[in-house]
Design a protein around this ligand. Sequence first.
Ligand code: ADP
Ligand code: MG
Length: 406
Amino acid sequence: MALSNDKLAAYPHYKTFSSQDAAVFANDHSELFGEHSQLHTVEFGDGNLNLVFRVKNQFGTSLIVKQALPYARCVGESWPLTLDRARIEAEVLLQHRQQVPDHTVEVLYHDPSKAAMVLEDLGDHQILRQALIAGKQLPLLADHLALYLSHTAFFSSDFVLDGPSKKAQVARFLNPELCLITEDLFFTDPFCNHERNTFDAALQPFVRGLWFDEDVKAEVASLKASFLSKPQALLHGDVHAGSIFVRHDSTKLIDAEFGFYGPIGFDVGSFIGNLLLNYFSVEGQLNDSHAAHAQQAYLRQQLTRFEVCFNQHWRDLMRSHTKDAALQSERYQQQFLQQVWHDALGFAGCELIRRIVGLAHVADMDTIANKALKNQCELRALECGRRLILQHRQLASLSPVLQLLT
Ligand code: ADP
Ligand code: MG
């Protein structure tokens, strides 16, 4: 592709990969294939923004090559997007893998000048969203996410890093262009009559109600302000069910290009919001009411378990690994964790609403064939989202939210 904008001038070595280029890139930067490999490559990414190739040899060994395009793949060249997102994605994943190796995809090599990286192939896993839509129950999901989210956040926070190191990290992960996407799509568009919004006409009365609800708008404003100005920890930035690869016994996070220093509750709330979205879609997805009840019970159990495990990890980490003497105050530590939950519940509420009203929907809802049933599921999710937004500062934990679901 020709260099089409000024920013690309900073990337003289950048060229959009063909399948052949991806194979050479993987082969040059990995020992895995060996001398006599015949490589076969397919581009198969189903994501919104980037190219994803699988490079495989005749013996079945394979690697993934992911490359950023200078624009958003789902829209085309009319939506230019920084190539620096590939550097950020690789660096976030490398840091998170140091902290939580079992639950972070392995980056084997990355080259920021080519906006490309070589990743381990998780082809024996499945994307969480597809697994949940199919009614699968992953018994360790909550435990694994609690470990990943608590450890990645804690070890990049002020509890561990001294002031100058933390500020250097914040600067390294500013990520303004991708943050702007979240700022718009999460906190602005769904709460006004924006042209990027898409939702079924049947939802109009509820959605219009939201747009003119000053209480909702004030709470969303405070959540957006937190997102904009609370650099607590190095977030993944996009913990939706499409960024989590699962197997019965394994959970791995991918796709961290939205990573930045932000409020810890944002990743936590995104995860919770995605489990709740699936929860509300279950009755539209599973025809058998027995299976639907079992799936919802599973999701409630996982949410409860997630909260318990996250709190346990977080308290243990604060107690035993806080380096800053001033932050060792037990009372402060309790308040801090409480604040994380207030934020998380508010962000979860925004996720519920933006995935139904905004630009980027979720397959959990969109693949419900019966339109009336789909709208019923969506309205329940919207109502839950509205409540979470309005009450997040009073809600001390997830439990009262889960009680409302039974
Ligand atoms: P985008 O940033 O464009 O959203 P993703 O990182 O979400 O791209 O990847 C898009 C798709 O590519 C995933 O849904 C998955 O099917 C596939 N994919 C990405 N990374 C891997 C991997 N390491 N192993 C196997 N498949 C992967
Ligand atoms: Mg993705």
